[in-house]
Design a protein around this ligand. Structure first.
Ligand code: DHK
Length: 145
């Protein structure tokens, strides 16, 4: 049976396609969702794809993943660098977590170099553009075998 993966996107990722295209590329969030659904079909995963600009909503969705999802792929956006609440929620549910950043956060401002989420992720992908979502889903499928 297909494993369920909750794909979470944090603040400003709804602006993909319009937002700093030199950094984040031309693809929209709808394009990323389509890419994830296609990867889900290839890797045998059922995809629940969501985005929120609100930290608390992301925390609630992570909590609700307990019992409904087998793994979480998360691009926490700017909350990567600030949110102990998201870190705590991911730690609480103890599901496999793959962290994705579209840009290479290590090549950017110093405040982007640290992610709270990385400490609870089994793997981190950054700098490969939206392809990172597909790579992370492939890694998640292997993890969930
Ligand atoms: C997305 C954001 O919104 C930024 O705040 C992060 C990340 C990087 C990304 O590359 O996908 O710093």
């Amino acid at each position: 049976m297909a494993k369920n993966v909750l794909v979470l996107n944090g603040p400003n990722l709804n602006m993909l396609g319009k937002r700093e295209p030199a950094i984040y590329g031309a693809q929209t969030l709808a394009d990323v969702e389509a890419l994830c659904r296609a990867a889900g079909t290839v890797f045998g995963l059922s995809i629940d794809f969501r985005q929120s600009n609100y930290e608390g909503e992301l925390v609630t969705w992570i909590q609700e993943a307990l019992g409904t999802a087998d793994g979480i792929l998360i691009n926490p956006g700017a909350y990567s660098h600030t949110s102990v609440a998201i870190y705590d929620a991911l730690k609480a549910v103890a599901l496999p977590v793959a962290e994705v950043h579209i840009s290479n956060i290590h090549q950017r401002e110093a405040f982007r170099h640290h992610s709270y989420v990385s400490a609870v992720a089994f793997g981190v992908i950054c700098g490969f553009g939206t392809l990172g979502y597909r790579l992370a889903l492939e890694a998640m499928a292997e993890k969930l075998k």
